[in-house]
Write a protein that binds this ligand. Structure first.
Ligand SMILES: Nc1ncnc2c1ncn2[C@@H]1O[C@H](COP(=O)(O)OP(=O)(O)O)[C@@H](O)[C@H]1O
Ligand SMILES: [Mg+2]
Length: 338
């Protein structure tokens, strides 16, 4: 995924209809988000692209990478570039489910218990280091992500719209971590790997620090809010209008089916995973300025959408095969429509 070109604005007053931002304005707003994030984060374009795709499709994102690669900074910068409600939860070993979802508290005025919403009641939730917290608390988050509501004492409390969880985790090999349950990883639309930066990017990071950049003060770094809930709603609606031809649908299905017979996999991509790939490719096509999905959109989004939805055979794992390698093989073997 390389950043799409910045589209040019059409002439005319897009607000003349009074129905919120026109699609091209919404796209420009989303492109500006990328520019704002880049004031804080050097590079990591794929992760930024993935977060934008998730915003447009109502999906959640898991960011994985070794400590110190700007996972937290990236989501904090995104939160600042959007004028929506955001919250951050540090997932520590002693965090309780209610610390995330909320709990019943005694209201002395009403002489009764009332629900006090937890930090999950927000638009963009940074769930930082999710794999440092025990399974019970992880489950509370994953359930809220899936159901978009929190149920306490039989009463459902709906979460706001938009609602996006950007969770970060260290690679699972790290000690003292509780890996997220594999069967629930598909609650994340995308799993994005945040790599160590190339040398030139790292030089730029240090140069900015030398010039006074303070990652704790994003306002001073010049990161401004450039898109709001209205832009996101208009953009999401425009994405739903992006054409998916029968050939593209067939291609996505063929890719999913090929993972089910891949020799290194014990579990391939489900129809739910195939649907997710179509949705993420569609958002990517729109961000790239197109009204239709191409096979290249599908190919670009296949690794981050599918890799966490397949399970390797133990033998393959021992031989050092990883899901991305299997997906590369699948992508090169399934005929591409044209
Ligand atoms: N690509 C990058 N762009 C800008 N700063 C970076 C980058 N990578 C690392 N840093 C620096 O390293 C710090 C650590 O980032 P942080 O977001 O806490 O990492 P993580 O959450 O991945 O452990 C940042 O605050 C920043 O100073
Ligand atoms: Mg962090």
């Amino acid at each position: 995924m390389t950043p799409p070109p910045t589209p040019t604005d059409p002439p005319g007053d897009p607000h003349a209809t009074g129905e919120g931002p026109a699609p091209d304005d919404a796209r420009a707003a989303l492109q500006s988000v990328r520019t704002e994030v880049a004031r804080a984060v050097v590079g990591q374009d794929q992760a930024v692209s993935g977060l934008l795709v998730a915003l447009l499709t109502g999906g959640h994102v898991l960011l994985e990478g070794v400590p110190g690669t700007a996972k937290t900074l990236l989501v904090r910068a995104l939160a600042r570039a959007l004028s929506v409600r955001t919250a951050r939860v540090q997932f520590t070993p002693d965090l309780m489910p209610g610390d995330v979802t909320g709990s019943m508290v005694y209201d002395s005025g009403r002489e009764d218990f009332t629900f006090r919403p937890g930090p999950v009641f927000t638009n963009l939730l940074l769930a930082d280091e999710v794999n440092r917290t025990p399974p019970k608390t992880q489950s509370a988050l994953l359930e809220a992500m899936e159901e978009r509501q929190v149920t306490v004492d039989g009463t459902a409390h709906p979460l706001p719209t938009p609602f996006l969880v950007a969770a970060t985790q260290n690679p699972v090999e790290y000690e003292g971590t509780y890996p997220l349950p594999e069967a629930q990883l598909d609650r994340f639309l995308l799993k994005l790997t945040v790599p160590l930066p190339p040398r030139e990017d790292e030089v730029e990071v240090l140069t900015r620090h030398a010039a006074g950049f303070d990652p704790r003060d994003l306002a001073a770094a010049g990161v401004r809010p450039v898109a709001g809930a209205e832009d996101l709603a208009a953009a999401a609606a425009a994405v739903r209008g992006v054409q998916v031809s029968p050939e593209i649908v067939g291609y996505v299905v063929d890719l999913a089916r090929a993972t089910r017979t891949a020799p290194s996999l014990q579990l391939g991509v489900s129809p739910r995973g195939a649907t997710a790939l179509m949705a993420s490719a569609r958002a990517w096509a729109w961000l790239s300025g197109r009204e239709f999905v191409t096979p290249d959109d599908v190919k670009a989004l296949a690794p981050p959408t599918l890799a966490h939805r397949v399970a390797l055979r133990p033998e393959a794992e021992l031989e050092g095969v990883d899901a991305d390698a299997v997906l590369r093989t699948v992508l090169s073997s399934v005929p591409v429509p044209r």
